[in-house]
Structures are given as C-alpha cells and as structure tokens.
Write a protein that binds this ligand. Sequence first.
Ligand code: GDP
Ligand code: MN
Length: 374
Amino acid sequence: MDLIEYKAKEVFKKYGLPTPRGLLVRSASDINSIEKIAPRVVLKAQVPIGGRGKAGGIRFASSTEEARSKAAEMLGMSIKGFKVGSILVEEALDVGKELYLSVTIDRGARDHLIIGASEGGVEIESLPDEKLIKVHVRPLAGLHPYQVRDIVKKYPLSTDQQRALGDILRKLFTLYVKEDATLAEINPLVLTKDGRLIAADAKLSIDDDALFRHKEYEKVETDLTPLELKAKQKGIALIQLDGRIGVIANGAGLTMATLDSLELYGGKGGVFMDLGGTDDAEMVREAFLLLVEADPSVILMNLFGGITKCDTVAEGIKGALSNLEKSIPTVVRIRGLNEERAREILRDAGFVPCETMAEAAKTAVEMERKLGGR
Ligand code: GDP
Ligand code: MN
C-alpha cells in the first residue's frame, strides 16, 4: 500500500523527522490565509505518483489570493490519470541543495538497503550507480552507528549538517522497520539556504502482508476507487479501467488475456475482476453485483472450469444472477468438463454463450458498439 504524500508526512512527523509546515485542503476556500503557514507557499497536488512538478502539480504562491486561485486551477485537474482531490499547502523552502535518502528491501541480498545521493529531486533510477551511496543493513543486526557515520560522511555537508543527517537516517530507518514499510523515501531531502535539512517530499509504501498489524492504515486514502475499495474489503480483486466492457474471469492470467483479446478486436476493457478459484454461487453473485455497480454496457465472462464442472458453475451463475434488477447483455465463454451442457444452461438463462475466447471477445466488442453512446 502506497501512502499519499500528506499521509506519509504525518507518519514522518510521528517519528520526529523534519517536514515543512503545511495544511491539507480539499477546496480553494479552505485556504483562509497563507500567513499562518508562511509568506510564500508551495501547493502540492496529492496524487499517488511522482513527477508532479512537470505535470503542473507543484506550484508556488506568495499571497492568499494567488494560493486560492492556483488551488482552484489544480483541484479537479488530472495528473497522469489521477484526479486531484486535495492539495498540500506548505511553506515554500528556500532550497540550497536537494539530496536523496531512502530505505528499501533488497530481496536478492535478503537485506534492507539504504540508498543515499547528494543529488536529489530527480528520479533515483536516472542517477548513475557511482553517484549512489548504497549500504546494506542486516535485519537481525539493525543499523549500526558506524554505518550511519559512513553514509553521512559521503554527503558534501558541514559536520553539524552531517550530524543532523545521521539523526534523520536513524529516524527514517526506525520508521521503516516499525511501520513494516517496503520503501521509505525522502526525495528531495532539502538543505535550505540557512542550513536546515527538511523532507520536502515523502514516500512510504507499507507491506500489504503486514497491514493486519497496522489497523491505523485501514481508513487511509489510497489510489483505489470507492468501488475498488469496497471489493477489496470483500476480498474480491476488482479494478476499474475506462472502457465500457466489464470482464469477469478466473485466474489472473486468463483475466489479462481476456482484456488483451478485447483490445485485439478494437474494444476496451472496463471494470474487471478475477474470481480466482471460486465457484461458490454467493461469491459469484456478490462479484457480479459489484461489477454491475460500475455500470458496464456489456459483460464478458471468460471462465475455465479446471477442477469444478462447467455445468455446476453455469447453474451457479444462473441461480445467482436470475434475480438481478438490471439486465446487462452478457457474453459467456466457458470451457472445461461438461461445457456443452453449461452452454445450454446459460443460453436458456438469456446469456450469449461462445465457444472460443476470440469469438467471445469479438461478440462483446460488437455488442458494445451497437449499444454505443449509452
Ligand atoms: P514529485 O516530483 O512528484 O516527487 O514532487 P516533489 O515533492 O519531490 O517536488 C518536486 C520538486 O519541486 C522538488 O524536487 C523541488 O525542486 C521542488 N519543490 C518542492 N517543494 C519545494 C519547496 O518548498 N521549495 C522549493 N523551492 N522547491 C520545492
Ligand atoms: Mn519527489
């Protein structure tokens, strides 16, 4: 789970990391007066993606009016596909130098990895290896003082600033371990003209498998749509794309292949879900109901009865879906044991059964075209 910047900064603050003074706003009128923050502020679009600067998601303002009008422009705009719903208004830092510092997992080495660089503000991937400071930390041993000293010495900073950086590194590492993070990154770590080190940006990814230990993140905003979130809470893998054809398949591979087939025939996948190995009628019904909430114009079901018999699955689908309020044209391709019988059942229930994936995808695309403009 990736935390959005303002949330990551709240966690940073909890661990005593220096962050800029700021305020989260969801409308321009939330900005009463920038004076309480700073005479000059930076407005930062809260979207779960980097490179906001170039995309118009980072702007500066020197008066309350200017901040309000820029906030109004930014709210609702789309940055790399993410709609801006909130803005972090922060004191603008007087940047002397931009540095980089992060802690992440090196799975290959089975260790934690600290990465530092005296050039920040750019994507770390774009820096050549010789500019990176890399130090592995063994999970059982933890971060040793000598490692901290080694790292901070490589930054061209004064002794006091190196000491401050060491403090930041220790706190960042503690945060990373205690919060079960897979990445804790400060980019840029700003050295202000008056010599202070401040985390101008914050990126924090929490290990999904450790979320049971961190109930505080349950209600946190993510990049999921409300429907995706609802599905997630029910344990259903559902994703919303911007096409109009809803897809239900079983297994991640088959689901991806189905979306690709739609593209091949000139269509576009909309909301899609992976049923996994289930043939539980109640689960199928729930999944279908969720899919319907996304209002697809056509539904394409692509199921492979591996262990379960296709006719049993078909009966399940039929039974589960017969009492839906709204009917949406549904193309079904189902393969496996007793597939002929399954197709008969589905045809009788008003579905459009197909034999091959290609035929099903083509049929779904054609149906969607005919319904076009809906
Ligand atoms: P990202 O590009 O989405 O990762 O957003 P960042 O928060 O890292 O900001 C991008 C860039 O905007 C930084 O590298 C800085 O150059 C600049 N920036 C961000 N905050 C400030 C600030 O308070 N003062 C100044 N002068 N520049 C800032
Ligand atoms: Mn950044």
